[in-house]
Design a protein around this ligand. Sequence first.
Ligand code: SF4
Length: 89
Amino acid sequence: MPEHYTEPVTAVYSCMAGTNSSSPRCIALEGTVGEQVSCGMYEARSTSCKEVQIADAQCNKARKAHNMIAFVPIEAPPAVNDEDFDQVC
Ligand code: SF4
């Protein structure tokens, strides 16, 4: 990760540049919020980034900060026919 992608929070901890402000926007975020965004360093993102899951409290907090409606978590049943699947090509 490029060094300028992080900024110090304390003498010990750092965060992604741009995320420790009243109007946060991570330096690695690409695109337009509310339209289409992606992480520019997805494979190398931090553990704290990996902990955020779609529709969890942090996700919906960020969505609310950008005037977007909250996601509602849903439970998907496990696939039941994976072993019976016939590959056709
Ligand atoms: S997932 Fe990517 S864009 Fe989002 S905060 Fe982490 S590094 Fe930044």
